[in-house]
Ligand binder design. Structure first.
Ligand SMILES: C[S@@+](CC[C@H](N)C(=O)[O-])C[C@H]1O[C@@H](n2cnc3c(N)ncnc32)[C@H](O)[C@@H]1O
Length: 388
């Protein structure tokens, strides 16, 4: 259980942990059902700004709890045995010693904490990961300490997924700075000199999206991933992004879990926690209980923005190809922040209702599009004629 009352004033951390928890839970059920070994590596582990004595509000313990709960449930269902292994890296000596102390109580899981800079432990991390499926969490406090060329050997692990906390708020502020040390730090982050040209002339959210997208493409190329998608975590008190969680995977099922099972519920939690944070600013002392409905405002505008972008993109594909498999549309749609499979189906159903598209391949008397069933979407003359 994630207790929201731990997170007063750190609502953005609550959203991050919510995404991590829900993602890991589903991932473990899906990947773990065939048994084997599942590794989790927290490259910037903390503990950091925790409120719980037992570190329950920190990523190491959230991960251990979710991985073990899923493993035990699978065991009860008679599934083959699943081994969970966790590795934590933390630079701060005191924090690492506290982590080691609390890890003593963990049983039935292999856990290890290494003190020192993440960069110095990359070889040890690769050895630890071996050939087993490994989930890497890269959650730094700034934009340094994880140069692209350093993380590339981890990203190239053939059976891995990665979640990177990209510190958007700081990056957008300093990325066009001409200070030599800033330029060098961003060259290391992006892995080359030519990062700036991609957002020249852009401003506001368009510039921010371009910066995040360029970084995502660099991660995609460095790890030869099939899908890289960002998810936005907002400032609880202001209408602006604090950071993006950049998720990379080689499997569409991973992207489905990330968008449908982690980001989608997290965006509701985010809207509610922002509403609560604003209320608390008005009346200090109130705790985070989520009793009141959230005011949609900025979050809803963002959702509208990315849904529109996704729809424009999908409409271009439909106009060019005329007949497109639903699975392909889903893969393209889920690359956009705040998109999910249900939102895609709702949009396609409304186009069908308006006579813009037809569906093909559905079983008799079935009307719902489904992934993996060979369902197709065909654009009609009406859709080809309209430029909206
Ligand atoms: C944002 S906090 C991590 C929070 C944690 N992942 C969580 O969600 O509970 C970043 C942590 O990384 C540590 N850190 C900073 N630079 C580091 C580096 N180069 N190598 C390893 N750890 C580092 C900091 O001491 C801090 O504890």
């Amino acid at each position: 259980m994630l207790d929201p009352s731990w997170y007063g004033g750190r609502e953005q951390t609550y959203v991050k942990h919510f995404v991590l928890k829900h993602y890991l839970q589903k991932l473990t059920y899906k990947l773990g059902s065939v048994g084997g070994t599942l590794n989790y590596v927290d490259c910037f582990a903390g503990p950091w700004q925790h409120a719980s004595e037992d570190l329950e509000d920190t990523s190491p313990f959230i991960a251990i709890r979710e991985l073990c709960t899923a493993r035990d449930a699978l065991r009860e269902r008679g599934r083959p045995s699943l081994k969970i292994r966790c590795l934590f890296i933390e630079k701060d000596r005191k924090a690492c010693s506290l982590l080691n102390d609390r890890l003593q109580a963990v049983q039935d899981v292999e856990v290890r904490a290494l003190n020192g800079e993440f960069e110095a432990h990359v070889d040890a991390i690769r050895d630890f990961a071996g050939n087993s499926f490994t989930f890497f969490f890269i959650d730094p406090t700034g934009w340094t300490g994880y140069p692209l060329r350093t993380i590339a050997p981890l990203l190239r692990h053939p059976k891995c997924e990665v979640l990177i906390n990209f510190m958007t708020q700081f990056v957008v502020r300093f990325i066009d700075s001409d200070k030599v040390e800033d330029r060098e730090s961003f060259r290391l982050l992006f892995g080359s000199e030519d990062y700036r040209e991609h957002w020249a002339g852009l401003s506001g959210l368009d510039r921010e999206d371009a910066i995040v997208s360029v970084y995502g493409r660099r991660v995609k190329d460095a790890g030869d991933f099939k899908f890289v998608g960002p998810s936005i975590v907002l400032d609880p008190l202001d209408d602006r992004s604090l950071f993006h969680l950049i998720y990379a995977t080689r499997h569409i099922e991973g992207l489905r879990v990330f968008r449908n099972d982690a980001e989608r519920p997290a965006s509701r939690i985010q809207a509610e926690s922002r509403w609560q944070a604003r209320e608390r600013r008005k009346s200090p002392g109130q705790t985070l209980l989520f009793e009141k409905p959230a005011s949609p405002g900025y979050s809803a505008n963002l959702q509208h923005r990315y849904h529109e972008q996704a729809q424009d993109h999908l409409m271009t594909i439909l106009r060019n190809e005329r007949r497109v498999e639903f699975d392909r549309l889903e893969k393209e749609a889920l690359l956009f922040p705040l998109m999910n499979t249900q939102a895609l189906k709702d949009w396609l159903n409304s186009l069908k209702h308006d006579g813009v598209v037809e569906f093909e391949g559905l079983e008799p008397r079935k009307r719902a599009l489904k992934s993996g069933k060979g369902h197709y979407v065909l654009i009609n003359e009406k859709g080809l004629g309209s430029e909206d």
